[in-house]
Design a protein around this ligand. Structure first.
Ligand SMILES: *[C@@H]1O[C@H](CO)[C@@H](O)[C@H](O)[C@H]1NC(C)=O
Ligand SMILES: *[C@@H]1O[C@H](CO)[C@@H](O)[C@H](O)[C@H]1NC(C)=O
Ligand SMILES: *[C@@H]1O[C@H](CO)[C@@H](O)[C@H](O)[C@H]1NC(C)=O
Length: 361
């Protein structure tokens, strides 16, 4: 009893602080997906090859600590929660679950389940990186957390809290890369069906507000560019997959919102957001939208940002769209987060994240 009172006080005091912001924050934020929103999950997977817990990753963090984020600093997950007034990004599930003294407080604010290299399909990333947490497993982990929240708040309050929470999902790039490289004998339709099952499972577990981030023009990342004859041109085939993916997910979300009572969503068009930067870099303050800041070889895109490879490291990081051969810089992530939070329907439909959170369900 005393314990749960203390927890209530903690969340109440937090609410007071957070209320100073324009939009009342979501009850909690749960984050799922791949390296675009991984805040350290894979650093806690001993066998995983998809990791960033080494320098120069994190070079712009206080003390230049590598945190497992594929970025020079914060990533999109961090930037979005910051816009909602959170001081701390929700911790990785694998961290929270091993820190019992803070576990209960952590889970009432949110948890980050994202794992670099993973995908919508269960097998995506496992060949290349040995160990990743698939979206299916991330949702199983959330089911456990939901049980833990229920043990603290009871079923009724838990239902209310989850219905007012924001569920962010940023996934799909790794599936599309593998689709193109034919690791998988599957189609876009299979991918849509798999995504649908994940969303339905989250809904059954109490999720109502879905903030979905689609796939950027992956054919324009340095990794893809350097594999084609002319690296100054994006790889068309990959970009087409990203565009089809957006259309499929948009149709899927619309259908689900008609069929699942109380289900609301906001779909960020990463393709459109990133393309608008690539087509007019200077308008956004970028000088280089082709090469990676950190890496080596052509466009710094032939090798990862890994100290063993003695990578180049740019000094003007806010002028680069790409941090390494796949991932955006902290500055690019910040722009993306601001767009998701508050932009119009060209970039985020049918409403932006702040409107999604403000809706009464
Ligand atoms: C959280 O839930 C899991 C799964 O039900 C359980 O094994 C674990 O002991 C719970 N943790 C706490 C701190 O209650
Ligand atoms: C791949 O998919 C095609 C069409 O569904 C099927 O005919 C074929 O047997 C599959 N190949 C493998 C290796 O699974
Ligand atoms: C999106 O978000 C902002 C900030 O919350 C809001 O004021 C605005 O009306 C929204 N923009 C559009 C075009 O819907």
């Amino acid at each position: 009893m005393a314990k749960s009172k203390m927890i209530l006080c903690v969340s109440f005091c937090l609410l007071l602080v957070i209320n100073a912001y324009e939009v009342a924050p979501p009850a909690a934020i749960f984050i799922f997906g791949d390296s675009t929103v991984d805040v350290g999950t894979n650093s806690l997977l001993p066998a995983s090859g998809a990791r960033a817990d080494f320098s120069p990753n994190g070079v712009d963090f206080p003390y230049s600590v590598p945190t497992g984020r594929f970025s020079n600093g914060l990533n999109s997950a961090d930037q979005i929660v910051k816009l909602f007034g959170y001081h701390n990004s929700p911790p990785p599930f694998l961290y929270a679950v091993n820190h019992m003294s803070t576990f209960k407080r952590d889970i009432l604010q949110g948890v980050n389940f994202a794992s670099a290299g993973c995908g919508i399909f269960k097998d995506t990333g496992t060949k290349r990186w040995s160990e990743v947490v698939s979206l299916e497993n991330q949702i199983q982990q959330f089911a456990a957390v939901r049980g833990n929240i229920t043990a603290i708040l009871g079923p009724k309050t838990t239902g209310t809290v989850l219905s007012k929470s924001l569920f962010i999902i940023s996934i799909g790039s790794n599936d599309l890369f593998e689709l193109k490289e034919s690791f998988l004998n599957t189609t876009m339709e299979d991918l849509q069906i798999a995504y649908q099952n994940h969303l339905k499972n989250l809904y059954k577990l109490g999720a109502r507000k879905f903030g979905i981030i689609s796939v950027p023009p992956i054919g324009c990342c340095p990794y893809a560019r350097v594999q084609s004859k002319d690296p100054s041109v994006c790889v068309k085939e990959l970009n087409e997959l990203a565009q089809i993916f957006f259309i499929e997910i948009q149709a899927l979300l619309y259908k689900l919102s008609l069929n699942l009572k109380g289900m609301k969503y906001s779909l960020g068009n990463s393709y459109e957001m990133t393309m608008s930067i690539i087509e007019d870099p200077l308008a956004f303050g970028f000088k280089d939208v082709q090469s990676a800041c950190c890496g080596s070889g052509k466009l710094n895109g032939e090798n990862p940002c890994l100290f063993l490879e003695e990578p180049n490291l740019c000094s003007n990081r806010h002028q680069f769209l790409f941090w390494d051969f796949f991932h955006p810089t902290e500055f690019a992530s910040q722009l993306a987060a601001q767009t998701l939070y508050g932009a119009g329907t060209r970039f985020v439909t049918p409403m932006n994240f702040s409107q999604l959170v403000a809706i009464n369900v």
